[in-house]
Design a protein. Structure first.
Length: 139
């Protein structure tokens, strides 16, 4: 899928969503995907990466195309803990004592600066799913 976007800002949006999945995909707030995370491609164009967290658990993050006007980033982690999913985009909101609460705010602002909308929901596996819509797809 090709889309019109500022390359660096799009990379930052994706990096923040992947980092959020890894940091929230485990009960350990210090979890990180090591440098040897494995990336997979699928026939339908989705991309996924599997990483092993410090506590030995795996988290899989998948990026795919929405049928209409955008893409999603989904994981199979613990999901969204907030009673109000929109609240997770508020500056300073974090469910972790060690979290800054800025990662998803940055995601929201990058999306907004491109004229996109971002929503959070539950993924098919019970983790988090972020849908980025109103994206101008070029192909």
């Amino acid at each position: 899928m090709r889309l019109r976007a500022d390359r660096d800002r799009l990379r930052q949006l994706l990096a923040n969503l992947v980092r959020n999945a890894v940091e929230r995909g485990s009960t350990s707030p210090q979890s990180q995907v090591p440098g040897d995370a494995v990336e997979h491609g699928t026939r339908d164009g989705r991309r996924s990466a599997v990483g092993v967290l410090e506590d030995g658990e795996n988290v899989t993050v998948t990026v795919g195309r929405l049928e209409t006007d955008g893409f999603y980033v989904a994981d199979d982690g613990r999901g969204i803990d907030a009673d109000d999913p929109d609240r997770i985009f508020e500056s300073g909101y974090s469910t972790s004592a060690d979290g800054t609460g800025f990662g998803l705010t940055v995601v929201s602002r990058i999306a907004e600066s491109h004229g996109w909308t971002v929503t959070a929901t539950e993924s098919e596996s019970g983790g988090a799913r972020f849908e980025i819509r109103d994206v101008r797809v070029l192909d």
